[in-house]
Write a protein that binds this ligand. Structure first.
Ligand code: SF4
Length: 367
């Protein structure tokens, strides 16, 4: 698909309730959201590509025409009344990113890596988005002046080893603009490793052309970081887009958000991670959903999350198993969480719970 084709597809993206096709019957919960006054809605407007809506309708048809509030695509992209409720502990900037922004668009929270918000635009609005304060805003793509300030910062901060292009969605930039950003950063820092964070290969796979793959490949070392949350998202077109990247020699890793009612069971995640590995995509992180306003209906109790992680450990190889992590509210960073395998110890050794679920003895040595 040429650049103009995915732009055409983008132009057909649905951005208000009136644009939803009649054949997508809304649930009562969804209707209550749209009936609420606009000021009760959060910052993230409805945005969903027509092709994704068609997949929702197809899922309902396969289920005998029922309206499926449990459809994983629908739950991620169509708002419900639950969004109208904000919990006291939810934060507009749950990761405290604004505190760590030395120049506009750049977030430098960890010493060795920085995040560059190259655009605030996405092809889809995920209802659980932790960056909803910025996503879908009116900033658009990074300006020349902003990019120059980022170049100077990168040149002066040689402790930064990785630059993560994100947003919004980094692949919302056209090929020319994307190449400009990558080349400017590379000019400032020839040694830097890029990560390009994007939901697009899964949600609007036509954006991933052979030309785009060549552009990214030519700027190695560069990793693409995608987001897939449910095996239904890895349909033929998405799989093809991921294969285009892998065939071009671009390493691809995936971040999944643990979402209640979407993927909060070991069987679904097992299927997802197994399918990703088959597509040559390494499952990298499984994130607890962040404390963005109006997202409590997506969060899974951490104890239950750890139970799911323990079950996944029993089922999956190290290659297929991502790291489960929670972001500490306010900006203290990511904490990887594991169910503890160390059950106890005595003078002769440790008691460890193995993948078979049983507790085994492991000897204690000096040193
Ligand atoms: S694609 Fe990413 S930035 Fe955009 S709405 Fe979804 S989670 Fe947020």
């Amino acid at each position: 698909m040429a650049e103009s084709s995915w732009r055409d597809e983008l132009a057909r993206t649905i951005t208000d309730v009136a644009g939803l096709p009649d054949y997508l019957t809304l649930t009562d919960d969804e209707r209550r959201f749209f009936d609420a006054p606009p000021e009760a809605h959060g910052p993230l407007a409805l945005k969903v590509p027509l092709a994704v809506v068609r997949r929702m309708v197809e899922a309902a048809r396969r289920a005998g025409g029922q309206v499926l509030s449990t459809d994983p695509l629908r739950r991620q992209f169509i708002p419900t009344a639950a969004e109208l409720e904000t919990q006291p502990y939810e934060l507009a900037d749950p990761l405290g990113e604004e505190r760590y922004s030395p120049v506009p668009r750049l977030i430098h929270r960890y010493p060795d890596r920085a995040l560059l918000l190259v655009t605030d635009q996405c092809v889809v609005h995920c209802r659980y988005c932790f960056r909803s304060r910025f996503t879908g805003g009116s900033h658009g793509g990074i300006s020349r002046d902003e990019l120059r300030a980022v170049e100077s910062y990168l040149a002066a901060h040689t402790e930064i080893r990785e630059l993560i292009l994100s947003g919004g969605d980094a692949l919302m930039l056209g090929d020319g603009a994307l190449a400009d950003v990558l080349d400017a950063a590379r000019h400032a820092r020839p040694d830097i490793v890029f990560r390009v964070a994007t939901r697009i290969p899964v949600v609007m796979p036509g954006r991933v052309t052979a030309e785009l793959a060549r552009l990214l490949r030519a700027r190695a070392p560069l990793w693409v970081v995608v987001q897939a949350n449910h095996p239904d998202e890895l349909h033929a077109e998405a799989s093809q887009a991921l294969s285009v990247l892998a065939d071009a020699g671009i390493p691809v890793i995936n971040q999944t958000v643990l979402l209640a009612g979407v993927n909060d069971d070991a069987k679904t995640l097992d299927e997802l991670f197994t399918a990703l590995v088959r597509l040559r995509v390494k499952p990298y992180y499984l994130f607890q959903a962040d404390l963005a306003p109006g997202t409590s209906h997506f969060r899974v109790n951490v104890e239950r999350a750890l139970w799911i992680v323990a079950e996944l450990r029993r089922r999956l190889s190290g290659l297929a198993m991502p790291v489960f992590a929670v972001d500490i509210p306010g900006g203290a960073g990511k904490v990887p969480l594991e169910p503890s395998a160390l059950i106890g110890e005595d003078e002769s050794g440790y008691r460890l719970r193995a993948a078979d679920g049983h507790v085994h003895h492991y000897p204690k040595e000096e040193g």
